[in-house]
Design a protein around this ligand. Structure first.
Ligand SMILES: [Zn+2]
Length: 132
């Protein structure tokens, strides 16, 4: 099974059933049977609290850190500023210029307009549009 994309093993996500943010564990890729696993594959995550699963595309998920220099790369990473035109990844930390605080992306609402679900330290959970 060829793999060229590995999302994070454990990402904090908003559980649709618990209605709270819990660490979710990567279960497996649904796109199996010898197909290449890439960003278009669907990955299944399991809520650590209620054990229910939910699926996201690789293109919506933050990539697992590569081996080596992990600490160094973490320090170098600057949080992106939120802009409705950009595409964001679940697990990513962003800075919101209007709220003047950082938040972690814990989920997505896909529909006519894609929205990211962000947990801010002070403002709590907010839904923000993306990909406009
Ligand atoms: Zn749950």
């Amino acid at each position: 099974m060829a793999t060229n994309y590995t999302p994070g093993e454990q990402i904090d996500m908003l559980c649709r059933f618990c209605k709270r943010v819990y660490p979710a564990q990567l279960e497996r890729s649904i796109a199996e049977n010898g197909r290449t696993i890439d960003k278009d594959s669907t990955f299944e995550y399991c809520c650590s609290k209620c054990m229910k699963t939910f699926c996201y595309y690789g293109k919506d998920l933050i990539e697992a850190p590569k081996n080596g220099n992990e600490e160094e790369s973490e320090e170098k990473t600057e949080n992106r500023s939120y802009s409705p035109k950009d595409h964001f990844l679940i697990g990513e930390t962003i800075y919101h210029p209007q709220f003047e605080e950082t938040g972690k992306i814990v989920g997505k609402d896909t529909g006519a307009t894609s929205r990211i679900i962000v947990q801010f330290e002070k403002s709590g959970i907010r839904r923000l549009v993306e990909d406009i």
